[in-house]
Design a protein around this ligand. Structure first.
Ligand code: PLP
Length: 292
């Protein structure tokens, strides 16, 4: 996965080789920051407005001041696409930290936030999208503000690593048996034609693809209930799937040692995948004039 050469650094553009990052930096020492991952198809952002909104919500929740408006950030990100002449399927990583300062838990005074964004190629995972993936269940040991897309991802990293070591793609997280989400995606269970997923409380990330899936379900007349399901419900599920900006709408065919449905992606999941496919086909160029 190659990183494109031009990076957004604060509100300017720079070549990736010219970037110098200090070691006394709040993101590195405290995970004191928030981030976004935005999908790009054929050089166009998907759901950029939703991601920019969430970025601002996350920053506000941890009291980090951003030096731009939502429109200004959107324009900077669009310019980053242009400067890198993006035409492929890729993803953008955007991060803000509280800034560079001598290590101290307290917020530093008069320090600017550190911001950067870069783009990396990201091919679509067609075989997983076709065949579905294996998952494991794993306790959700994260903090109580998972709606904030914070840099503190150690519990997520450990859960996903455990999944991988068990031959699985994702870890389905649960708090005392109640399924919240996955380590890096939202998760849904389908039973008797109804989609169930955890409500958008503070205990899960409010996924941008999830918002889109709610719209698809409505358009397709598939009832979607924001009601939690449990680990015990999984063995009785007709279908299970997950969503995220990099995984899209991804069927789950195995949870721990339990096969879901017939062990192949289910009908309603396929309908939602088709809706996603149609949605990204309609993406038109959202690029703007280069301003700097
Ligand atoms: C914990 C978690 N939940 C859900 C998601 C899905 O969010 P989105 O659909 O905005 O990519 C992610 C994405 O990275 C995530 O890390």
């Amino acid at each position: 996965m190659s990183v494109y050469p031009i990076i957004l650094s604060q509100t300017k553009f720079a070549h990736k080789e010219n970037l110098n990052y200090p070691f006394e930096e709040r993101a590195m020492q405290f995970g004191d920051g928030v981030y976004e991952v935005i999908r790009i198809y054929n050089g166009n952002f998907y759901l950029i407005e939703e991601h920019v909104d969430r970025f601002f919500r996350s920053a506000e929740a941890v009291k980090i001041k951003l030096p731009f408006t939502k429109n200004e950030l959107t324009s900077l990100l669009n310019n980053l696409l242009l400067k890198n002449s993006l035409t492929t399927d890729a993803k953008l990583y955007l991060q803000v930290s509280r800034g560079s300062a001598t290590r101290d838990h307290l917020f530093p005074a008069d320090v600017d936030a550190n911001i950067y964004a870069y783009i990396q190629d990201q091919a679509r995972n067609t075989s997983a999208l076709n065949d579905g993936v294996k998952t494991i269940t794993h306790p959700d040991v994260r903090w109580e503000y998972c709606y904030i897309k914070s840099l503190n991802l150690l519990p997520n990293v450990l859960a996903k690593q455990t999944a991988s070591e068990n031959g699985a793609y994702e870890a389905i997280l649960h708090k005392n048996g109640i399924v919240t989400e996955c380590s890096s995606s939202n998760v849904y269970l389908i039973k008797d034609g109804i989609i169930y997923t955890h409500p958008t409380t503070k205990n899960i990330l409010h996924g941008c693809v999830r918002m889109q899936v709610e719209k698809f379900a409505k358009d397709l007349n598939i009832p979607l209930k924001e009601e939690p399901f449990t680990v015990d419900d999984i063995s009785q599920a007709d279908e299970i799937f997950l969503t995220s900006s990099t995984s899209e709408v991804l069927p789950i065919v195995t949870v721990d040692d339990t096969q879901i449905g017939n062990g192949i992606p289910g009908h309603l999941t396929r309908l939602l995948q088709n809706a996603y496919e149609n949605d990204i086909k309609t993406l038109t160029s959202n690029k703007v004039e280069q301003t700097s």
